[in-house]
Write a protein that binds this ligand. Structure first.
Ligand SMILES: *Cc1c(COP(=O)(O)O)cnc(C)c1O
Length: 351
């Protein structure tokens, strides 16, 4: 607390990220990082970009990166926005598109940055409860609102909505922006990017942090109607004209182009997820059906916080949320097969 703070700072509740502990031999399954390295082509492109040309400002229009994304998704450059992480893209989205007279609807259990951005930008937020199976039921969003944001697959549940449900949500709210946060879509979900050409109220947000193994590079993007993108550009250019450096732009382009590598590593994670789910079920856990690079699981007779502490003593970090309805769950990122096997062995010992 400081008397020099502005009123808005006093009222903020900042987001708490998962711990970034440095410890030899630590198995880090708490922040949904990809266990595989980035594409070798992306690393080579970044090394090549880290030269004397860094003297100059990066391209403020991000033309090459936007064209790469446009080609990847079959869109035009005007339908693409890029930023320094999808968190930043989401922040600009809240600021530019989600503040209205009527409240923003979001799930009660979802990415906890959403309420944080609402408090930062003074947006009224109504949280719509997930159903008893921890699913988003789009019928519950049939109420007056200024805009809607959901994560698909949702986090931290990992449960995905089929594309037909997203389309029904878009059709039910033609006068509201509907944001679909697809941070985890490459691990088995269906992307709404295919609907961008048909729904002017749709904004799809994705990141290179998860499926492209580039959490440390900080690159995210949004896809939507050119008018929505123009709104985001206005906010971005009132904030920082160069959010992405040359190294980030080069690495992102190469990573997006290495489609085969992304497919291979994502398929490995999907296979490990199936194995880990089966092993945890055999240990008595209830595991929600995940389409993400993590699972969300609870044990009927073991307290989640105690289990998380026990795993921590064995140098395995998982995420536990002290939040109503989900405080008996653990969110466990999918590691390599070796890391998943060590997790299962540690859980066996703890139970
Ligand atoms: C990880 C995550 C993000 C943020 O990704 P960055 O691009 O690393 O900021 C956004 N939304 C959800 C749901 C996430 O889990």
């Amino acid at each position: 607390m400081s008397r020099y703070w502005s009123d808005v700072v006093h009222a903020l509740t900042p987001y708490t990220p998962g711990e970034q502990v440095q410890m030899p031999g630590l198995i880090k399954l708490n922040t949904n990082e990809n266990p595989y390295p980035p594409s070798p082509l992306a690393i080579a492109a970044m090394q090549a970009a880290a030269g004397e040309q860094l003297r100059k400002y990066s391209d403020p229009s991000n033309a090459v990166l936007k064209d790469t994304l446009a080609a990847h998704f079959g869109l035009r450059r005007e339908q693409v926005f890029v930023g320094n992480s999808s968190d930043e893209v989401l922040a600009h989205t809240f600021h530019a598109l989600l503040k209205h007279e009527l409240p923003l609807l979001s799930p009660d259990i979802s990415y906890s940055f959403y309420p944080t951005y609402c408090s930062l930008y003074g947006i009224r937020n109504v949280q719509v409860p997930l159903n008893a199976q921890f699913e988003i039921d789009i019928a519950d969003y049939q109420q007056p609102c200024g805009a809607i944001i959901i994560a698909n697959p949702n986090a931290p549940t990992g449960i995905a909505l089929p594309l037909a449900q997203i389309e029904a949500l878009l059709q039910a709210h033609p006068d509201q922006v509907v944001v679909i946060d697809e941070a985890y879509v490459d691990f088995g979900g269906e992307s709404a990017a295919a609907l961008v050409g048909r729904y002017e109220n749709l904004l799809v947000v994705q990141t290179l942090s998860k499926s492209r193994s580039l959490a440390g590079l900080r690159v995210g993007f949004a896809l939507g109607h050119a008018d929505l993108i123009a709104g985001l550009e206005r906010v971005k250019n009132s904030f920082n004209c160069y959010p992405l450096g040359q190294v980030a732009q080069a690495g992102a382009v190469a990573a997006l182009q290495d489609v085969a590598y992304t497919r291979q590593t994502s398929e490995a994670i999907i296979a490990s997820r199936a194995w880990l789910t089966q092993q945890m079920q055999a240990l008595g856990f209830e595991v929600l059906p995940s389409k993400a690079n993590f699972i969300f699981a609870r044990h009927p007779s073991h307290d989640a916080a105690t289990l998380a502490a026990g795993l921590r003593e064995r140098a395995i970090l998982v995420r536990h949320f002290k939040q109503a309805r989900i405080d008996q769950f653990l969110r466990i990122s999918i590691g390599t097969d070796e890391e998943c096997a060590q997790l299962v062995a540690a859980l066996q010992a703890l139970l």
